[in-house]
Design a protein around this ligand. Structure first.
Ligand code: ZN
Length: 159
């Protein structure tokens, strides 16, 4: 059984007991979280969130630039007033740089990724600061939106 078959099986059990069909679309906490896709981060448990509480936007590294489209929609259409950027220790993006990774893709796939910035970083606290600076200076994110940043430790589960 493939992982997606397991997913289907688990969902049919979930749907039998499902009682969240009446939740409103806007997030109850008016919060958007930008965090890494890293499978070790389990946001609902780690950050005490229930269904309907927050937008959780995930990508490689939890980079704000990559999440901008979703953040604009979150704020303008769904009333989000607070953004939390959460990067983490031992992130995969600490292990690559654009030039080498682009060369690797060229070699392995014969494809040109020269125009893709994979947004790697060498210091996780610095990448959080960079993303906060990006968001607070971004004209598409209004000044009244609170932007905070955190580092999640994958060893201890602590922010
Ligand atoms: Zn990561």
């Amino acid at each position: 059984m493939s992982a997606s078959d397991e997913l289907l099986r688990a969902n049919s059990e979930y749907a039998k007991r499902f009682d969240l069909g009446d939740l409103p679309r806007p997030p109850a906490k008016k919060l958007a979280i930008v965090t890494c896709m890293d499978a070790r981060i389990f946001p609902s448990r780690a950050f005490g969130l229930k269904a309907g509480d927050a937008h959780i936007i995930r990508n490689a590294g939890g980079r704000a630039r990559d999440a901008l489209r979703s953040l604009i929609i979150s704020e303008r259409l769904q009333g989000t007033t607070e953004i939390a950027v959460i990067h983490h220790t031992d992130c995969g993006l600490l292990t690559i740089n654009n030039r080498d990774f682009q060369a690797r893709l060229k070699e392995e796939l014969g494809a040109d990724a020269g125009d893709i910035d994979f947004l790697p970083f060498t210091d996780v606290e610095e990448s959080v600061r960079e993303d906060i600076a990006f968001l607070i200076t971004c004209p598409l994110i209004p000044a009244h939106v609170t932007v905070r940043g955190f580092v999640y430790d994958v060893r201890t589960g602590r922010l």
